[in-house]
Structure formats: structure tokens, C-alpha cells
Design a protein. Structure first.
Length: 80
């Protein structure tokens, strides 16, 4: 079987920098609502990594901070 021809319309993926790492933030604080709000959608759900552009390490810290802020009633669990 001959090898498949490579598609010409396929472009290399551009990695966008993590918005948290590029600002030089080392620790994501649950009380910093200005930092957390852009990573939540309109239904107060945490955005996915591919949508938010956060790296894996920052996404884990971000999820923990959002969950902690929800427990402290700083961020709602859902919106109607």
C-alpha cells in the first residue's frame, strides 16, 4: 500500500502563550477575582484549556482556585 499524500492545506499549530505565565504570576490566589473571571464562561463554568489558552500547570491551579472561591461564596456555582 503506498503512503498517503500529505495534505497541503494543513498548517502547523501556533502555540499561544499562557496568559497567566506571560504575566509572571506564580501563585493563583482564590481571592483575586479579576484574574479568575476571564477563565469562567457566562454560566460560571471553568473554561477548557484549549479555550482559555492556559498551560496544564496553570489550569490545575486555576481550577483549584475557582473551586476554593466558590466554597468561600466569592463566585457563584452557576447562573440562571
Amino acid at each position: 500500500m503506498p503512503p498517503r499524500p500529505k495534505s497541503k492545506d494543513r498548517r502547523p499549530r501556533k502555540d499561544k502563550p499562557c496568559p497567566i505565565c506571560s504575566q509572571g504570576i506564580e501563585y493563583i490566589d482564590y481571592k483575586d477575582l479579576a484574574l479568575l473571571k476571564p477563565f469562567l464562561n457566562e454560566r460560571a463554568k471553568i473554561k477548557a484549556r484549549r479555550t482559555s489558552g492556559a498551560c496544564a500547570k496553570c489550569q490545575v491551579q486555576l481550577a483549584a482556585a475557582v473551586k476554593n472561591a466558590r466554597e468561600m461564596a466569592l463566585i457563584p456555582y452557576t447562573t440562571r
